[in-house]
Design a protein around this ligand. Structure first.
Ligand SMILES: [Zn+2]
Length: 255
């Protein structure tokens, strides 16, 4: 499938929007509306670990974005689990001039949502810089994917706990001890949903942009083969140097 062959969603947009907001009836209609084949070797069978009852690719469209002054068209695929507890988006870049890329191994970033970093460019973490590197990499690649996980905010502990942990860091604790001091896990992220999304898109072999070996292990545990790891090193600032040092020294990141 290329960008150009994405289904026209004009009339269904309002249904999809209400679906995303959790309306049950709209969900059923939209699920039928968007029940179109995904690109590549779609493997949505129980045998291969994708539980269709718990996971749906509910909507897709073409999303034009501005990146460094240029307009870029990406495929946007929205997903959620059956409980509507977790929603996620996959942004796919396919080079329109490339030949069929279903056999290719995409460059992939599985990105944990970060309101403070991704939106407001907070300097306390490196999320914004990582996301920019990921966008650059997928746009430059004939086949690239960002799986964006809003519910991974604060390494899965949520926005409120993240800010509480920041307050503990203001008192001198590092990022690990700050989480522990508020009774939150150091890392509460689960990688089953992104693994299902990658399988749904037809890519069980990937090249992963990450410095986090635990992310590689987690995706592989859920059936994704990480053929190559691409480190994503960003320039430390005075605000996030300690955060990056802690990631390296206490959380096994390759930095
Ligand atoms: Zn962040």
């Amino acid at each position: 499938m290329t960008n150009m062959s994405l289904p026209s969603l004009t009339e269904e947009k309002s249904e999809a929007a209400s679906f995303i907001n959790g309306a049950v009836q709209a969900r059923q209609r939209a699920a039928a509306v968007f029940s179109v084949p995904a690109a590549g070797n779609k493997s949505q069978t129980a045998d291969e670990g994708v539980d269709t009852e718990m996971f749906r690719d509910i909507a897709r469209t073409t999303l034009p974005i501005e990146f460094r002054g240029e307009e870029v068209k990406l495929e946007a695929h929205a997903y959620e689990d059956d409980t509507v507890s977790y929603q996620a988006m996959a942004l796919v870049h396919r080079d329109a001039n490339a030949s069929e890329t279903t056999d290719a191994v995409p460059i992939v970033r599985v990105h944990s949502g970060c309101v403070t970093g991704d939106i407001f460019h907070s300097l306390r973490c490196d999320c914004y810089a990582q996301l920019q590197l990921a966008l650059e990499a997928i746009i430059e690649s004939p086949l690239g994917i960002i799986v964006y996980l809003p519910h991974h905010e604060g390494r899965g502990i949520g926005l409120v706990n993240k800010i509480k942990a920041y307050a503990e860091q203001d008192r001198g604790l590092d990022t690990v001890d700050a989480n522990l001091s508020i009774g939150a896990p150091i890392d509460a992220r689960d990688y089953e949903l992104p693994a299902k999304i990658l399988k749904d898109l037809g890519y069980e072999k990937i090249r992963l942009m990450t410095n986090n070996p635990l992310k590689v292990e987690a995706l592989e545990r859920h059936g994704i083969q990480v053929m190559d790891k691409c480190r994503t090193v960003t320039e430390p600032s005075e605000h996030n140097k300690r955060y990056l040092d802690t990631k390296r020294d206490r959380m096994s990141h390759s930095l």
